[in-house]
Design a protein around this ligand. Structure first.
Ligand SMILES: Nc1ncnc2c1ncn2[C@@H]1O[C@H](COP(=O)(O)OP(=O)(O)OP(=O)(O)O)[C@@H](O)[C@H]1O
Length: 625
């Protein structure tokens, strides 16, 4: 027993085991039930703390590791009026499901997600003509399994599918062909055109998919009528569901479902549990959903690791005999090496992992590095840097070295000097027309995208804020910018809050440019690329005074970089071990690089991070078993 819960909470808050919020939550439960077992209140506070780390629940068996008096938790939690079993008192704020303790909201979200997925796993009848269409869309190329074809076949077969793969493994290519396939089969059956929607969790990710989808659809080998049925426009999930100010609820929900037959969501690793529950709720009963993403990337900022959970068994495949036989017939592909004769799950039959990167071949250090990181092998990671690759490099993490890299890059990989000099060199003449200024803005945005410095954290001496300050001052001292604070030409910014009035989304990046103000003078404007509604993008100039929530992004956190790629990416890690340094963080940082990657970190810190694979507690996988 804990004799005085208030003293215990104060002590745990004082020594950093709890946040003020966790203590407040336990106190709130105490007001609901002043006679509550003090251990239940302590467990609730610890649960609240775990949720802040992204976990969905806590394993009650582990509570005693944090506080010895919390042993045998199932017994006293089960006896508390504050805790219900599934199906029990719906007013109880906590739920104990098997050995997992949840906040009711998370328990409900997890149960909704699991039920919606389970309800969509049954195989659909084979459409006539499937094999011929698959063979046409995926012409044979070399030996080995064509995983893109497998993914497409599997996704055509059920109302729920997951396609995971690292950078450049063809997730976009596959899904465009899948949509072509589904639309073609519907058309051949004389059915109405499928209503397809494409979405991504952030504006940045949506914009990137937008650009790549449009190009892929144009190249797709299908009938023109079919091609017209594949949308090029990608929206954010918030927009799709209809977010409303001041409420977590969306316009579209189970009572007002989306008008959609097929929903494709890219960058699904960024979707938290609550968003996934809302999305699945809003999906009409007969509609299909396809999730695309890289299972090894960082999980969502909010609680949950839905894609990671769904793909926990993707690597070995776990295909059952029926799937192996069906894929042989329906797609002409043999996946028997990935067969599981003993414990295949229904979910496994709907998950495909794309295994061949078309972007990073065997001569790519970025590809080799990403693989070694995923294997969690610190020695192999170190060897990759010592090897023969010239697309990757490592350098010591001194502040001066970071600033020098950020400005000058390392030949031939560019730094910010390239972008700032591009702006000066290509500035249109004073009387140039609007299109010319817009083209300059677009060029500046493209030049800016050639390099990005990533950091593990926002705060601290090695975090984004400090690096931004240092880089701006270093640029000023070299005469590449005219100021290092406030607004100045060359300042790159990231929108940190959706602004529907301006059409700018959290994560959008703009660059500050000096434009004619129309009265003979000069005014600073921030150039953004915004979607033009027809699958393309156009430049929009926004006055700095209208941008209420932006950060400078000479440096950005790895979290914020998800969904973006840069020609040269540098990742700067702090010199001391820290809980944020994880395998997923390093992998996500490395895979933001398209052509060059530079690591700014001590070897032991890299090994430390790579050894730390995160696992967010959740009961989702058990529910899908
Ligand atoms: N089956 C294929 N045949 C030929 N080229 C392909 C094939 N699949 C993918 N590619 C090419 O490989 C590159 C990467 O493909 P794609 O963009 O589809 O991958 P992705 O997994 O979506 O990448 P990202 O990591 O950017 O999300 C593209 O240039 C694409 O055209």
């Amino acid at each position: 027993m804990i004799a005085d819960i208030h003293a215990w909470l104060d002590g745990a808050a004082a020594d950093g085991r709890l946040r003020a919020m966790d203590r407040a939550f336990a106190r709130f439960l105490f007001t609901l039930d002043p006679a509550a077992d003090t251990r239940v209140l302590a467990a609730a506070a610890l649960l609240s703390r775990e949720l802040a780390e992204g976990h969905i629940c806590v394993d009650v068996g582990a509570l005693a590791e944090q506080e010895p008096t919390l042993a045998d938790a199932s017994t006293w939690l089960g006896a508390s009026a504050l805790v219900a079993r599934p199906g029990g008192d719906e007013a109880a704020p906590l739920v104990l499901d098997a050995n997992l303790l949840y906040l009711r909201r998370f328990w409900r979200d997890e149960a909704r997600v699991a039920a919606a997925i389970l309800g969509r796993l049954a195989p659909l009848p084979d459409p006539p003509g499937l094999r011929a269409e698959l063979d046409r869309l995926f012409p044979a190329e070399g030996d080995g399994v064509d995983w893109q074809k497998v993914a497409c076949a599997i996704a055509s077969r059920s109302a729920f599918a997951v396609i995971t793969g690292g950078p450049g493994t063809g997730k976009t290519t596959t899904v465009v062909r899948l949509l072509g396939l589904l639309q073609t089969l519907a058309w051949k059956r004389g059915e109405p055109r499928l209503r397809i929607r494409l979405a991504a969790p952030t504006g940045k990710a949506a914009a990137r998919l937008n650009a790549s989808i449009a190009a892929q659809v144009a190249r797709l080998d299908v009938d023109a009528a079919v091609r017209e049925g594949i949308p090029a426009e990608v929206t954010t999930l918030h927009r799709l569901l209809g977010s409303r100010p001041d409420t977590r609820a969306f316009q579209h929900n189970a009572d007002n479902p989306l008008h959609v037959d097929v929903l494709v969501i890219d960058e699904a690793s960024m979707i938290d549990l609550e968003m996934m529950a809302a999305t699945l709720d809003a999906l009409p009963a007969g509609a299909r959903i396809v999730l695309l993403g890289d299972k090894d990337q960082l999980s969502s900022v909010e609680a949950g690791a839905v894609l990671g959970d769904l793909c926990a068994r993707a690597e070995p495949g776990h295909y059952d005999d029926a799937t192996v036989a069906w894929l042989r017939d329906a797609a002409g592909v043999d996946v028997s090496p990935w067969r599981d004769a003993t414990t295949p799950w229904a979910l496994d039959q709907r998950v495909t992992m794309l295994r061949r990167s078309r972007r990073f071949g065997t001569d790519s250090g970025i590809g080799a590095l990403a693989s070694a990181i995923n294997e969690g092998n610190g020695a192999a990671v170190a060897r990759v840097f010592e090897g023969r690759f010239d697309d990757i490099a490592r350098m010591p993490a001194t502040p001066a070295a970071v600033a020098a890299l950020a400005i000058d890059g390392r030949a031939p990989a560019p730094g910010y000097r390239h972008y700032l000099e591009w702006i000066q060199a290509h500035r249109p003449a004073a009387g140039a027309d609007e299109d010319t200024w817009a083209a300059w803005g677009r060029g500046a945005l493209e030049a800016h995208r050639r390099f990005q410095l990533l950091c593990a954290t926002k705060r601290g001496d090695h975090g984004v804020d400090s690096q931004n300050e240092r880089i701006a001052l270093a640029l000023l001292s070299r005469g590449l910018v005219r100021a290092a604070t406030g607004w100045y030409e060359g300042r790159p910014v990231m929108v940190v809050r959706n602004d529907y009035a301006l059409g700018l989304m959290n994560g959008d990046i703009g660059v500050t440019l000096a434009l004619p103000d129309g009265q003979g003078g000069i005014a600073l404007r921030v150039a953004f690329l915004v979607t033009d509604g027809a699958g393309g993008e156009r430049v929009r100039f926004v006055a700095p005074s209208r941008l209420s929530a932006v950060d400078t992004v000479f440096a950005m956190t790895v979290h914020k970089s998800q969904g973006s790629e840069f020609e040269h990416t540098a990742l700067a890690l702090p010199p001391e071990p820290s809980p944020v340094l994880t395998r997923e963080l390093v992998y996500t940082g490395v895979t933001r690089a398209r052509r060059h990657f530079t690591l700014v970190a001590a070897p032991d810190i890299l090994a430390y991070a790579v050894a730390r694979k995160t696992r967010r507690a959740s009961g989702l996988l058990d529910r899908l078993r």
